[in-house]
Design a protein around this ligand. Sequence first.
Ligand code: G4P
Length: 530
Amino acid sequence: MSDTIKEIQRRRTFAIISHPDAGKTTLTEKLLLYGGAIQMAGSVKGKATARHAVSDWMELEKQRGISITSSVMQFEYEDFCINILDTPGHQDFSEDTYRTLMAADSAVMVIDAAKGIEPQTRKLFRICAMRNIPIFTFINKLDREARSPYELMEELETEFGIGTYPMNWPIGCGRDFKGVYDRTKREILAFTEFHRGQNRIEPIECALEDTEKLDSLIGEKLRKPLTDDIELLDGAGYDFDIEAVRQGKLSPVFFGSALNNFGVEPFLESFLHMTMPPLPRASGDDIIDPFDPRFSAFVFKIQANMNKAHRDRIAFMRICSGKFQRDREYYHVQAGKTLRLAQPQQLMADDRSIIDEAYAGDIIGVFDPGIFSIGDTICEKGMDVEFAGIPTFAPEHFAAVERLDTMKRKQFEKGIEQIAQEGAIQIFHEPGVVMEEIIVGVVGVLQLEVLEYRLKTEYGVDIRRRDLPFEEIRWMKDQSIDPRDLNLTSDTKWVQDFKGNNLLLFTADWCVRWAQQKNEGLELKEFDQN
Ligand code: G4P
């Protein structure tokens, strides 16, 4: 086996998705800890101060104490080389969060055991489901009062339309949390005072039939329900089907407590063995084999002004096949030009280092003098590949913006267009209305502040921003329908994107349903595949 194939074979690239506060950061830290990638938990991104060390690229980030960009963390564990894609949450939730998912081969969904599915989990899940990537569920915070595991799994199944397979089963919760029962190994992983905070927890082998030992570990009170539950699960639950897992139809579920580092390593172990090396990607009607030794990659994110002194942009690419070498020239398909990728780097939490080579599954950031767009393909010359573009996701917040200084029309338009081209905002206009205002749509509300800030600092333009009450946007599938002929609620607005596509803006979910019910055959799409 060639070295390149060996390297690709051991890559695992995944995103961790969750609603804020479910424990994504804590779980990521513990995973990095196992890989020896960080010395001490707390260095991924502490809630306030520590984050500044990670990225102080933009003044705004410093002011708000938040991280606008998502980063990639690479670490080694056993023989695996793992790439974790961080999906920004909190206020910095943006379209980038969705795009990052395009670079992942699987996703780990962290759920707070007391809360179950929350809005952000729902949104992120939908994007993963669209790509049919495997989704692993980590139900966190079992050391606190939690909802019944049956109820949580049923919620996942009914809301997401997937099967669930509990890999382990919690024994009590909150103060009574005694550990989990590992269904594969058929043993108890006990959670005792002694184990709290330890890096590695030794499982205690104990068969369900060994009542005496079981009682000494978890108490008689919890033994009975545990044995009943396991009997029920073995008899009535889904069968474990690795193919269904790999097609995203069955989600393996793990219970644990990231904060106590409980259940994290067994989770990592089974996760790594169930997931696949980099998945093949579509290029037109062809499928690009990740093990093809020739390098190919696509740009999934562009980050502007990471270094204010240089006004640079970094294009993040996901390598889809082969090996990247720093000193070689590659072909930029959309521009039709050969180029050398400048300053290729890998990002690890607070560290950026120039790299000489990277493999399918890896993410690299390269200096972008303004030539790349999101979705672009870079590959070895003569390879004839063009990866499918990244969809434009529906924005969720809208504002009308206009410049304050009438003299600065050019700067205003240039700024808005460039920022839109990077994918930080989407721009729309109202057909037939000659107005100075531009309608801006964003996935995360913070992007509007970023826009205002960047127009001022980079383009010298002050704007007036009027937030609009729309919450939903839909692309009309059949562009030949005249939106003026539709029966819509009076507050629905017809707009066009820069390609001239017709879209509708709605103030509420029920207005979308109204449009669909009152207009037979009207098909509305939540994202636009360009
Ligand atoms: P996020 O990245 O998904 O937003 O969540 P994060 O890991 O920051 O965790 C949110 C809060 O939940 C943190 O507490 C964290 O310590 C806590 N937490 C995470 N996992 C567990 C768990 O297994 N059990 C319990 N009991 N708590 C957990 P915080 O007080 O908001 O922040 P911090 O001061 O601890 O950083």
